[in-house]
Design a binder for this molecule. Structure first.
Ligand code: FDA
Length: 391
């Protein structure tokens, strides 16, 4: 046998898994078809890598089995990753809601993972594409550079987001070949797109960002909404996109801290000669206020001449502005993949495929997708580390 463990994919989960298995004395090879390991890490978090979140908890993840992540998250916590950073003297800082970023650059994280792999005796081969996995333990991995065998194989090739930097459906294809179910992948943390009628309202406001609530079904996110020439983006929309499915509508509350109808009726009594849009512009960017009131047919009228019923209706509209996206910007810009190897087929303790001992799936290859804010990298570290204890 060439190796004890072959890890396919030198991304976040693969490098963590390889180092952990190497530390156990396993002979480990990591393969990646890119010429450089950890490319997604390098471009993450605006180049500073939002590497974990102090609020890591199972309810921050979407998965066919919401409890699946619990075991790995309990065994590998944000504090464990911070210990690693301390050991490598990597400075970091906290931003909103416990999001942790590198002070200097995401390169620090890749350098650290590679140093861990080197010290643990892991061999790394870049520019080598895995073509297929066969066998039942030992496994054979076919590559352009010949076939390699190992007792364990770890599928760490991530999901489909951003094909330009190496994303592939490799893990899903291997799973299907072994009759392991795959939850149909769809883009997540991705801007939403709209039909021309809605876009005609949004496009002229391109560049405006508003603190708002975006709801899809029972999921609600309060953060910035960014209007763009292609549709809607910004953290609240990206978060909601992971829950959105074709045909669903979204509802935006543009004034989350305000009872909009009561506010408008109050202003009607206090400033009857002011225009409705002017009153709304006290709480919203003027151009957005103008669009929203124009749409409700109330823009140019003094608020005093606007009937109560119209103001109440506008108030309701401002709290639940309903839109039906036609789609998303797709894999080109999606930060993550929702879906992947069905967690029902995986052991949550080891990340091993239950019906194929020795075959493991980690990181985004599995049907686990985190919220924005460092949760996806944390899942990569936790699932990679866990698999590294058993592979
Ligand atoms: P990942 O995609 O990182 O690695 C898979 C590796 O497999 C790649 O190196 C690829 O080249 C390789 N591969 C694929 N097919 C192969 C084959 N056939 N043979 C050999 N190699 C193959 N998350 C977060 O928590 N905080 C953040 O700040 C960000 N920021 C961010 C920005 C952008 C622009 C994106 C696209 C994504 C993020 N994310 C994020 C998400 C995060 O990057 C993602 O969840 C993890 O990188 C997933 O780690 P994996 O190791 O599972 O896959």
């Amino acid at each position: 046998m060439d190796f004890d463990v072959i890890v396919i994919g030198a991304g976040a989960a693969g490098l963590m898994c390889a180092a952990a298995a190497g530390w156990r004395g396993r002979r480990v090879l990591v393969l990646d078809h890119n010429d450089q390991p950890g490319r997604k890490i390098l471009i993450s978090g605006g180049g500073r890598c939002n590497f974990t979140n102090l609020g890591v908890a199972p309810d921050r993840y979407l998965s066919g089995n919401p409890h699946f992540v619990t075991s790995a998250l309990k065994r590998y916590r944000p504090a464990d990753f911070l210990d690693l950073l301390r050991h490598h003297r990597i400075p970091w800082h906290e931003r909103n809601h416990g999001e942790l970023f590198c002070d200097r650059s995401a390169e620090d994280i890749v350098t650290m993972l590679l140093a861990e792999c080197t010290t643990a005796g892991v061999e790394l081969r870049c520019g080598v594409k895995a073509g297929a996995v066969s066998g039942d333990g030992p496994f054979t991995v076919s590559t352009g550079a010949g076939a390699l065998s190992a007792a364990s194989v770890v599928l760490a090739t991530g999901g489909l987001s951003i094909p330009k930097i190496g994303a592939s459906g490799f893990a899903h294809a291997v799973a299907r070949r072994y009759d392991i179910p795959v939850v149909t992948p769809r883009p997540g943390l991705v801007p939403l797109t709209f039909a021309e009628a809605d876009l005609a309202l949004i496009r002229p406001l391109s560049g405006i960002a508003v603190d708002a609530v975006v709801a899809v079904g029972r999921a609600r996110f309060r953060e910035a909404v960014l209007l763009t020439h292609r549709g809607l983006s910004g953290p609240a929309v990206l978060q909601a996109s992971s829950y959105w499915r074709e045909g669903d509508s979204i509802a935006i509350d543009w004034l989350p801290d305000l009872d909009a109808a009561a506010y408008l009726l109050g202003r009607k009594a206090e400033r009857p000669n002011a225009e409705v849009r002017t009153m709304l512009a006290e709480h919203l960017p003027a151009r957005l206020a103008e669009m929203l009131t124009a749409r409700a047919g109330a823009d140019a009228r003094p608020i005093g001449q606007t009937p109560h019923a119209a103001l109440t209706a506008l108030g309701t509209e401002l709290k639940t502005w309903k839109l039906t996206p036609t789609g998303t910007e797709g894999w080109r810009t999606a930060e993550i993949t929702v879906g992947g190897i069905d967690t029902a087929a995986l052991s949550s303790k080891t990340m091993e495929i239950k019906t194929r001992p020795g075959l493991f799936a980690v990181g985004e290859a599995a049907d686990v997708a985190g919220w924005l804010g460092g949760y996806n990298f944390h899942w990569a570290w936790a699932s990679g580390w866990v698999a590294g204890q058993f592979a």
